[in-house]
Design a protein around this ligand. Structure first.
Ligand SMILES: CC(C)(COP(=O)(O)OP(=O)(O)OC[C@H]1O[C@@H](n2cnc3c(N)ncnc32)[C@H](O)[C@@H]1OP(=O)(O)O)[C@@H](O)C(=O)NCCC(=O)NCCS
Length: 153
């Protein structure tokens, strides 16, 4: 009988997992491109301004040199809630959704915000958003007794 080579079991190939790293001003083009893809409003200028804030955390998930998710937060005092972390921007590429990347980015962000002295973290999400609201709720966020009010200038 011919030998046809050594038997190799049909093992599943592990899919690459994006690595999470600190982002820099040099990443603003990629950040703005991804934000646009997600229908989010942050422009290159917005990201540049965010990088200038202090303290600020901007991290991203990178796969093959491409940013496929980002999370940004500041530590500040606002709305009578004391000094706390605020999620300023958050997004995961469509192709990576539902695979735990958002959760990983969030825990990496919260860990860094905690390191900067924030015992609590807040965000603002549209009340009836069917994705962001359940996502943050799943992470343990709960409604605060605040309401958004506005008028024309
Ligand atoms: C919200 C978002 C960050 C979630 O990222 P993700 O990587 O898909 O999230 P995860 O896979 O880590 O999901 C974590 C949990 O969030 C919840 N969740 C995530 N997507 C959800 C959805 N579409 N509907 C309901 N719950 C959802 C689930 O409870 C999920 O836990 P499970 O997988 O055990 O069920 C992503 O969908 C996104 O980028 N949306 C657009 C963001 C946006 O509009 N940004 C602009 C304003 S800041």
């Amino acid at each position: 009988m011919d030998t046809i080579g050594q038997y190799v079991p049909n093992m599943p190939v592990a899919s690459p997992v994006p690595t999470i790293r600190e982002l820099r001003v040099t990443d603003v083009v990629a950040l703005a491109d991804l934000a646009e893809l997600l229908g989010s409003s942050e422009t290159q200028r917005d990201w540049r301004l965010l990088f200038r804030r202090s303290p600020v955390v901007v991290i991203g998930a990178e796969e093959d040199g491409r940013i496929v998710g980002y999370a940004a937060g500041t530590v500040r005092s606002a709305f009578g809630l004391g000094t706390a972390g605020w999620v300023e921007a958050f997004g995961v590429d469509n192709a990576w959704r539902g695979r735990g990347l958002g959760r990983s980015l969030a825990s990496a962000l919260f860990e860094r915000l905690r390191g900067l002295g924030a015992a609590r973290v807040y965000s603002v999400v549209p009340l009836h958003d069917l994705v962001l609201a359940p996502f943050f709720h799943d992470l343990g966020f709960r409604e605060e007794p605040l309401v958004c009010i506005g008028r024309t200038t």
